[in-house]
Design a protein around this ligand. Structure first.
Ligand SMILES: Cc1cc2nc3c(=O)[nH]c(=O)nc-3n(C[C@H](O)[C@H](O)[C@H](O)COP(=O)(O)OP(=O)(O)OC[C@H]3O[C@@H](n4cnc5c(N)ncnc54)[C@H](O)[C@@H]3O)c2cc1C
Length: 416
């Protein structure tokens, strides 16, 4: 019996998965196995070679982009891509409980170091999300027909070189000029910006309100073909030849008045709505990746022998696995409870923050242990453990760093 089955059984015995989520997860993994994995296998020469998967500028190569688009469009056709979008926009209307389970199951099943399986479900920051419901009707008509079927993608432009954790300090500004808005500034760390067709950009529209942090920031929809828009560079993270994050700039980029997304001066609230979904996504991703790593470590520990016995017989090897199983169980249970609260209509900021801190840091610890259990093999690209460690490490910064979240958690605790 494969270890993954044993671990799944153990986790499900403790915390049963929501039955609706179970059916969707089963359908999605069948879809990935039958449609996406064969495509991945057929193009392994490109996907498994970072120098072919990326172009000379560090962005995805045309071949990789075409494969991602093929997967997105097939998943949209099959009804998976927009399953978390509202029904009035043609989505499946599913909520946080299924969102958590879907991202967890995808990562537990397909593991790190792959990209196509994760293009089957719209990512909260660069694909159809609740932010689409705030578009004006004319902007929606321009953007959504191709966006909802996976042909085009977007990105979420909030962070700046001098405004990361303190996003209120942003300098990108938008001024009204007749029937247009004129956007100027630079955004940094923007995921999917090297490939995106659209940017949701946050800009200062009232410096006085911004100073008091009560408003003054608005969101605009900008096509990346607009004159004055540029991808200045692709950010490469450690160990990578290309990247998915970019530095982008706006030099007097003009957009029509209907490009305003949501209410004027109230864009910050809108951004937080997106980021909250992102934190549930991160919880699913990290619990799933941790389950995948524990599965690999348990398998390796039972097969590998040293001093004439399987290394799993040594407590120095088996106790770290026990610690990982314990932490995964705690992370999974708290994530499911947080998702349940969100589904019930609670804002659950406190619980979402605690869940993001715990699940992302737990995932890093699980990968550290899994790499150690694998000995030298744990450091090879073949085992893909480094890819998982890398993702967990990023997740501790992106979508709210662990310190900023602890700051929020502590404020609530001390307020009593
Ligand atoms: C892989 C990745 C993808 C990202 N994708 C996007 C995206 O798509 N869109 C987007 O807008 N942004 C994105 N970001 C940006 C991300 O939101 C910021 O990196 C994050 O908010 C931290 O900002 P910073 O990097 O400028 O760090 P800084 O704000 O400079 O912080 C540096 C350190 O100081 C700590 N710190 C800061 N203030 C405090 C405080 N008050 N108390 C305690 N500690 C503090 C931080 O936790 C951190 O450890 C992404 C980042 C990464 C790494």
């Amino acid at each position: 019996m494969p270890n993954s089955y044993l671990i799944q059984l153990f986790l499900e015995f403790c915390v049963p998965m929501d039955p609706d989520a179970r059916a969707i997860v089963d359908g999605l993994t069948d879809f990935v196995d039958s449609v996406v994995v064969p495509l991945e296998d057929a193009h392994a020469d490109v996907l498994a070679d970072p120098r072919r998967a990326h172009g000379p500028d560090g962005a995805y190569s045309p071949e990789t982009r075409a494969l991602l688009q093929t997967v997105r469009e097939a998943a949209a056709e099959a009804g998976y891509y927009c399953m978390f979008l509202t029904e009035e926009l043609g989505g499946g209307g599913l909520g946080p409980v299924v969102l958590y389970e879907v991202w967890r199951a995808l990562h537990a099943t397909y593991g790190p170091g792959r990209i196509l399986p994760y293009a089957t479900v719209a990512h909260w920051s660069y694909a159809p999300s609740s932010l689409c419901t705030h578009l004006t009707p004319t902007a929606a008509a321009r953007m959504l027909p191709e966006f909802l079927v996976g042909t085009t993608t977007s990105c979420f432009g909030m962070s700046e070189p001098d405004a990361g954790s303190d996003a209120w300090a942003m300098r990108t500004a938008a001024r009204r000029d007749g029937d247009e808005w004129v956007v100027t500034g630079t955004k940094q760390w923007i995921t999917n910006s090297p490939e995106a067709d659209w940017v949701l950009v946050w800009a200062v529209t009232d410096p006085e309100l911004q100073r008091t942090r009560s408003g003054g920031i608005s969101c605009f929809l900008v096509p990346t073909t607009a004159p004055g828009f540029a991808v200045d560079s692709v950010i490469t993270l450690f160990g990578q030849v290309g990247g998915h994050e970019g530095i982008i700039s706006f030099t007097d980029v003009r957009v029509p008045a209907d490009a305003l997304v949501g209410e004027l001066h109230q864009g910050f609230r809108l951004a937080m709505e997106g980021v909250s979904t992102g934190r549930v996504y991160n919880a699913g991703r990290c619990v799933g990746l941790a389950q995948w790593a524990l599965d690999r470590a348990a398998g390796y520990a039972t097969e590998r022998t040293a001093f004439g016995t399987p290394i799993a017989e040594y407590q120095g090897v088996s106790f770290p696995l026990a610690d990982s199983a314990t932490e995964i169980y705690a992370a999974d249970a708290m994530s499911r409870e947080t998702a349940r609260r969100l589904q019930a209509g609670e804002t659950a900021h406190h619980e979402v923050a605690m869940t993001k801190v715990f699940t992302t840091e737990m995932c890093s610890r699980v990968y550290e242990r899994a790499m150690q259990v694998h000995g030298g093999m744990g450091l090879t690209t073949e085992m893909r453990l480094y890819d998982g460690w890398h993702q967990a490490r990023l997740a501790r910064i992106a979508d709210g760093s662990a310190e900023i979240l602890r700051r929020n958690i502590a404020r609530r605790v001390l307020r009593r």
